[in-house]
Design a protein around this ligand. Structure first.
Ligand SMILES: C[S@@+](CC[C@H](N)C(=O)[O-])C[C@H]1O[C@@H](n2cnc3c(N)ncnc32)[C@H](O)[C@@H]1O
Length: 256
């Protein structure tokens, strides 16, 4: 088992040597420089973590962080610190949206982090992430969840569209959603700002619609993030259509 794992890690290093090594060296610096009990990763560590997750597939990220959960813990400590400077958290907007609806709606939280969503609502929530730090979180690559087809009412991606294969996460959400089920996406605004090299939100929205959804909401009013809501179409188009997904750039963690 151990031998297989280390071989897997070696193979991952071979495919992404630079990103993983710089992530590792940043981790080492952070660990040695920190005398405090709680690790305090730098903003550049968060940027590197995000860049790394965005430069590999979900499967590779799962293999890497599954082998070294301390890196994952450092990311989340830093992520929470950065988020404490945001005036409003997108996850709270999604919690509010759910609280305004029936608690019988079954929810899948893709890239749940610390599972704040599941802890804040009465709904049944399936929480997925690369590493499980909580018994309620299912560790998996979210392009391949254990959920049955057409089994959930709401699929949530809150700041979690990472990975070169982000479209396969949305395909998985489409598979597990019931007809007329909701797809709720919150993403860092800069990733969808074509003026600064981000993706065109209309192109992204069109690609999601081509997957079999109808657009219900595009909200750009928040300074830090955008909100996109879609509903799974009742009837799916039987014709296979090649979907043109725009590239999603890494987000840069800046204080407001
Ligand atoms: C920026 S955090 C957001 C956490 C949470 N949704 C929130 O709003 O606080 C993104 C999360 O997505 C997870 N993630 C990224 N790629 C993933 C994958 N392929 N499968 C499962 N989780 C993934 C990361 O591990 C991370 O915890």
């Amino acid at each position: 088992m151990k031998e297989g794992r280390s071989r897997k890690r070696k193979r991952a290093r071979h495919t992404q040597p630079l990103d993983q090594q710089s992530l590792q060296s940043n981790k080492d610096e952070n660990q040695t420089s920190s005398s405090a009990k709680r690790p305090k990763p730098s903003t550049s560590f968060l940027d590197k973590f995000d860049s790394f997750c965005l430069s590999v597939s979900g499967k590779e990220a799962l293999s890497y962080f599954g082998d070294d959960p301390t890196m994952f813990d450092m990311y989340h400590a830093g992520y929470q610190e950065q988020m404490s400077h945001w005036p409003e958290l997108p996850v709270n907007i999604i919690i509010k949206w759910l609280k305004g609806r029936s608690p019988s709606l079954v929810v899948a939280d893709f890239g749940c982090g610390d599972a704040r969503l599941a802890k804040s609502v009465k709904n049944k929530v399936f929480s997925f992430d690369l590493v499980s730090n909580d018994p309620s979180v299912i560790a998996c690559d979210m392009s391949n969840t254990p959920l049955g087809s057409s089994s959930v009412d709401v699929a949530v991606f809150c700041l979690s569209l990472m990975g070169t294969n982000f479209s396969s996460y949305l395909q998985e959400a489409h598979r597990v959603l019931k007809p007329s089920g909701w797809l709720l996406i919150a993403e860092v605004k800069s990733r969808f700002d074509p003026n600064t090299g981000g993706a065109d939100p209309n192109k992204f929205s069109k690609a999601v619609c081509d997957l079999g959804f109808a657009s219900e909401l595009k909200d750009f009013s928040n300074k830090m993030f955008i909100l996109l809501h879609f509903k799974k179409k009742e009837k799916q188009n039987s014709k296979h259509k090649e979907i043109e997904w725009p590239e999603l750039k890494p987000c840069l963690y800046k204080r407001r």
